[in-house]
Design a protein around this ligand. Structure first.
Ligand SMILES: [Fe+2]
Ligand SMILES: [Fe+2]
Length: 302
């Protein structure tokens, strides 16, 4: 597979395939995720195929059941198996939950085992907030698959986890230096590594065969906003994640510096790109906050 990413600001070709060959500590794709992705790809597959895939991995199954019974998803409780979850929550919801939980737990447990100092729990908290807000924005604009936007938001910064897993010392130093320098984190990442967390997140998204909507959000969530996106395209999902990232950073600021600097973001342009009017957003601020509170069950994965 040839992976060449054009970095939007520097317009340089980055040979990520070479970078990925050189990295050693990245967790391999879990067998259960391979099976889940196979189910996702197959339009003929259904609840029993998903249940079979998830049963391969007992910790994953118990996480899914716990989340399905959490206030964020369930209004009925007592969901004790995957088939029942699908019947109550819908197939789309449960398969996205399986995908997000499988990828997230692999990365969070890998980063926990590094000697790095990056506040990965705070990064995970930020990820959950972005997922919840992105899903709420997706509902707001009538996007066809809000659950997929949730997963894209939840995973949008996996490139940061990967940089911390692979280059803990260098990445910690860089994140610390950024707060004094005042230039965008992505720019500093490109200077240090030759690519940024969005580039490497997208590359691993492709290597792990994540759906296109998700890899698009991984790779482009720091790109300059372009024209308004409409409908149900991957670009629309990405624009929703981008706006959610801004809202998460401003409404629920991180307790430690994760590299956000409002001076480098134009919120009006993000709203235009996502196809959301300012008054729609203002009217829905409380539901955005509620969604974040309810999604807090996801924090336990970190
Ligand atoms: Fe990011
Ligand atoms: Fe982010």
């Amino acid at each position: 597979m040839q992976l060449t990413v054009t970095s939007p600001n520097e317009k340089t070709k980055i040979d990520l395939e070479k970078v990925i060959r050189e990295v050693e500590n990245i967790p391999t794709i879990p067998e259960s995720l391979i099976q889940i992705l196979r189910v996702l790809d197959d339009s003929e597959s259904g609840a029993s195929d998903l249940a079979r895939a998830v049963r391969l991995d007992a910790p994953l199954m118990s996480q899914i059941l716990r989340l399905a019974n959490s206030p964020y998803y369930s209004h009925q409780g007592n969901l004790s198996d995957i088939n029942r979850c699908v019947a109550v929550l819908g197939y789309r919801t449960v398969r996205q939950m399986a995908l997000g939980v499988s990828v997230a737990t692999s990365l969070v447990s890998a980063v926990a085992n590094t000697a790095g100092r990056l506040d990965y729990r705070e990064l995970w908290r930020h990820s959950v907030v972005v997922g919840a807000m992105a899903k709420e924005l997706a509902f707001m604009v009538g996007f066809h698959d809000p659950e997929q936007v949730f997963t894209a938001g939840l995973l949008h910064d996996i490139g940061k986890f990967i940089l911390e897993i692979q280059f803990a010392e260098r990445y910690d130093r860089l994140v610390e230096a950024r707060s004094h320098v005042g230039c965008p984190l992505t720019e500093m990442e490109r200077e240090e590594f030759g690519f940024d967390h969005a580039d490497i997140g997208e590359a691993f998204g492709r290597i792990w065969y994540l759906p296109q909507v998700i890899t698009r959000s991984l790779g482009s969530h720091h790109d300059e906003p372009t024209t308004q996106s409409n409908g149900d395209s991957p670009d629309r999902a990405m624009a929703l994640v981008k706006l959610a990232d801004y809202l998460a950073n401003t409404m629920v600021p991180s307790r430690s510096d994760l590299g956000f600097d409002p001076r480098h973001v134009n919120p009006q342009a993000l709203q235009v790109e996502a196809g959301i009017r300012i008054h729609e957003l203002e009217e829905n601020l409380s539901s955005l906050r509620d969604a974040v509170d309810l999604a807090s069950d996801y924090l336990n994965l970190g």
